[in-house]
Design a protein around this ligand. Structure first.
Ligand code: PMV
Length: 340
């Protein structure tokens, strides 16, 4: 039964609150094969991160009194709802209208209140947690998960922001074409994010990837052979819980993605000298230990995501001597949750 009857007499409203995490790819998505359906040029694999500082909380109220959908980000009303958010809402309503019990609810306009604990658009995947939280709240609002598989519903998030579809799942997540699934959980996997820069990135991922697809010759090799081979090896490493292989592929793939950015014309440079210092520190540390204890990966920004098993990441962090730099610890997470 639906829960939207508040008080004794209709008309009513229905409110849902959810929290969704960010995810960080260890094999990166970069480039769309289909711009409308947001089908990626290559598969990607991500880790869903669990940290109170790396998620989005979203409350949706469906209210028959509203004339238009409304969207508030961190308490501020957005005058026009952005295209991605509209796309997710539209897609969820399409699913919802297939369920007879939703006939009335689906006609009610929505007030959406979204609160990011992740700095917005800083290359820390805030769009992934933001759109995933919106999508999960819509899924719960219309009880879509009682009628459809989550992988079918993942298009609600994907059409809003590609990588957001991976944040609907916990653990390690594989996105291929129009399909997403969890491919394993690794209890001991954890890490931290080194936040060098909280500012908005200068080139958005959408613009950046379009330019790379158009101009980089390195990118063609990446999607034709480099990533397909890595996906097979990475899935096997996850199955065997082989951290050495997992970390090595993740580091190589982050470097390959940034090399393609640099090979874009005009070039895109997301990494900074500080990012490069962390990369060197990881390799020096691993060399000193004689094993791959920690790995790194960087999205479309300078901030490093460091990962490892058990206490290795903390030991590495302690000898880094970062002063005045914000470090956010995380462990492998379990995906979105409904709070209310
Ligand atoms: O989902 P978008 O359009 O924000 O693109 C995400 C691109 C990367 O974060 C760089 C890589 C990835 O797979 O998340």
């Amino acid at each position: 039964m639906f829960e939207y009857y508040k008080g004794s007499s209709p008309p009513r409203m229905k409110t849902i609150t959810v929290r969704a995490p960010i995810n960080i790819a260890v094999i990166k998505y970069w480039g769309k094969a289909d711009e409308q359906l947001i089908i990626p040029c290559n598969d990607s694999i991500s880790m869903t991160l669990d940290s109170p500082e790396l998620n989005t909380e979203t409350t949706i109220t469906a209210d028959p009194q509203l004339d238009e959908d409304e969207f508030y980000l961190d308490g501020h009303p957005e005058i026009t709802i952005n295209k991605r958010i509209k796309k997710s809402i539209e897609t969820a309503r399409e699913f919802a209208s297939k369920i007879p019990d939703n006939r009335e609810l689906v006609t009610w306009k929505l007030r959406i209140m979204s609160k990011n604990s992740v700095p917005t658009a800083s290359g820390l995947a805030s769009s992934a947690s933001g759109i995933a939280a919106l999508s999960y709240a819509l899924i719960k609002l219309y009880s879509l998960d009682s009628f459809f598989y989550l992988s079918q519903l993942s298009c609600i998030a994907r059409l809003g922001s590609g990588s957001a579809c991976r944040s609907l799942f916990g653990g390690l997540v594989h996105w291929h074409g129009d399909f997403v699934e969890e491919v394993g959980h690794w209890e001991e996997l954890n890490g931290f994010v080194v936040v060098f820069n909280k500012e908005r990135k200068k080139i958005s991922s959408t613009t950046g990837m379009q330019a790379t697809v158009k101009t980089s010759s390195l990118f063609q090799k990446r999607i034709d052979s480099v990533v397909p081979e890595r996906i097979i090896q990475m899935l096997e490493a996850i199955k065997q819980q082989d951290f050495q292989v997992f970390a090595e592929i993740a580091m190589k793939d982050s470097n390959s993605f940034h090399a393609c950015c640099l090979d874009t014309f005009p070039p895109i440079l997301y990494l900074t000298p500080e990012s490069m210092e962390i990369i060197s520190a990881v390799h020096e540390y691993n060399n000193k230990l004689g094993r791959t204890a920690v790995g790194y990966t960087f999205d479309a920004g300078p901030n490093a995501v460091i990962f490892g098993l058990g206490t290795d990441t903390e030991t590495f962090l302690n000898q880094l001597k970062l002063s005045n730099i914000n470090v956010i610890p995380w462990k492998l997470g379990r995906g979105p949750t409904k709070i209310i």
